[in-house]
Design a protein around this ligand. Structure first.
Ligand SMILES: Nc1ncnc2c1ncn2[C@@H]1O[C@H](COP(=O)(O)OP(=O)(O)OP(=O)(O)O)[C@@H](O)[C@H]1O
Ligand SMILES: [Mg+2]
Length: 451
């Protein structure tokens, strides 16, 4: 693990010292604080990547520290250490925005594992922090008033107050997660957690434990009990993103949970009552996914009680100018003197937007960088007006020399991956979606081609 700046907050000097030594040995730079106020002072003056705080401390406890940090606009991830058996306080901390928790006593391996997990997701979280704020306001985070989007808003409004499961489909970057959060925020459950889980981003063999949680010793490596996403989402909303990437066997188990409204953690036969609102999303055509044996038909019918399809951007070009302005204000930190000068809107509308709104956001952000402090010009939006076809196979007029196939295929594959990443601003999930491969496959190939 690369070196990080970590702040330890604990009122017990001995505990502080033990953690300090552990983290130091793991190669991190360590700061320590004996209470919440001291911690806030350090956080205001130092660049800290991660806070690890004890839950129980006199005066300001770990939870309060977390709340104060968030109130002060600090996005630094926080791991809460809590006593074994006080799982409720860990859940409370997660609700308040803690990144993860550790049950005492823990060993260095457990600590390292949690740190790695939290710091790996930090970059993503930082990118999304603006989005989160915006989303918390409700479904008005949506920009665009085309008839197609108005129909979407209407569906969200209709389904939000109910407990009905919702299936959201749409191409990559069309706003599926935005829609799912909007439904949650406009629902009576908005005070509880919205728990997203991306089935494509979690290795298949870990997904079950992530969802169901487990008791201590349930399997090799389960050194501590762990609450699954189902339990975290209890009374709230569970968002199963990329549901077609969930292994079929697990889909069957998911269906059982949905039908019985109870759950057993792995390694336990105690059943926990559940009250969950489920929203699922996919950027595949669900019917095709069923045919390809990626989605169980019975599960599909259970979720697809209500479905929302997000239209691709190219089918609602009237929203493009409005969206571009929205992203200019979002990323530009400029309030005046910014306008979409002559020729820009035309240029944006002539493009096909395979990466949809996400791609428009990335391109707008890049244009702002390219323009410096000057006015925006069409040249700041370098778009390929003739979209590439999906397979840039050599046509009859450019014959490929016959010979060993592998190097040619690999070069093409690497090229496609590179282009997809460029198009999606480096987002692996989006690139995988564009290429219609799983994220796991993409990771494997990135490593293989050293991209
Ligand atoms: N109508 C919209 N108005 C404003 N912002 C939008 C809109 N649609 C999407 N966005 C923004 O575009 C980005 C992509 O949206 P989101 O993550 O919801 O897409 P998605 O459909 O889940 O994509 P993927 O399939 O790639 O996961 C987000 O930053 C989101 O805030
Ligand atoms: Mg998404």
């Amino acid at each position: 693990m690369p070196e990080h700046y970590i702040l330890i907050v604990d009122d017990e000097p001995h505990m502080r010292r033990v953690l300090e030594i552990m983290l130091h040995q793991a190669g991190h730079q360590v700061h320590v604080a004996g209470n919440g106020l001291e911690a806030l002072k350090i956080l205001r003056t130092h660049a800290i990547d991660l806070v690890i705080t004890d839950m129980r401390m006199p005066e300001m406890d770990g939870l309060e520290l977390l709340v104060r940090m968030r109130e002060d606009g600090m996005e630094t991830p926080v791991i809460i250490i809590t006593a074994h058996g006080s799982v409720e306080s860990a859940v409370e901390a997660m609700k308040q925005g803690a990144s993860d928790y550790l049950l005492r006593p823990f060993d260095i391996d457990a600590l390292e594992l949690v740190i790695a997990r939290v710091l790996n997701t930090k970059e993503v979280a930082r990118q999304n922090s603006f989005m989160r704020e915006e989303l918390n306001r409700g479904w008005d985070a949506f920009v665009g008033s085309s008839p197609a989007m108005q129909a979407v808003y209407e569906l969200i409004r209709q389904v939000a107050p109910t407990k009905t499961s919702v299936m959201i489909s749409g191409e990559t970057g069309t706003g599926k997660e935005l829609a799912a959060r909007a439904i949650h925020n406009a629902s009576p459950r908005h005070g509880k957690l919205f728990v997203p889980i991306n089935c494509a981003a979690i290795p298949a063999e870990m997904l079950e434990a992530e969802l169901f949680g487990h008791e201590k010793g349930a399997f090799t490596g389960a050194a501590k009990e762990r609450i699954g996403k189902f339990e975290l989402a209890n009374e709230g909303t569970l968002f199963l993103d990329e549901i077609t990437e969930m292994p079929m066997a697990l889909q069957a188990k998911l269906l059982r949970v949905l039908q019985e409204n109870t759950l057993e953690r792995l390694g336990s036969n105690r059943s926990i009552p559940l009250d969950i609102r489920l929203i699922a999303a996919t950027n595949r055509d669900p019917r095709e996914a069923i045919r390809d044996n990626r989605l169980r038909e019975d599960l599909y019918y259970r979720i697809n009680v209500f479905s929302i399809n997000l239209p691709p951007l190219r089918e609602r070009k009237e929203d493009i100018a409005h969206l571009a302005m929205h992203f200019i204000t979002k990323h530009g930190h400029r309030t005046q003197g910014v306008e979409l000068g002559a020729g820009i809107v035309e240029r944006l509308q002539a493009y096909d937007w395979p990466g949809n709104v996400r791609e428009l956001e990335n391109i707008t952000e890049r244009a702002l960088v390219l323009s410096g402090n000057g006015p925006l010009k069409p040249a700041h939006f370098p778009l390929d007006p003739t979209p590439k076809t999906a397979t840039p196979a050599p046509g009859p007029d450019s014959p490929t020399p016959i010979g060993p196939m592998a190097p040619v295929v690999e070069a093409l594959e690497a090229r496609m991956i590179f282009d997809a990443l460029a198009q999606t601003g480096g987002s692996k999930p989006k690139a995988a979606a564009l290429l219609d491969i799983s994220e796991r496959t993409l990771w494997y190939k990135l490593k293989k081609y050293k991209l």
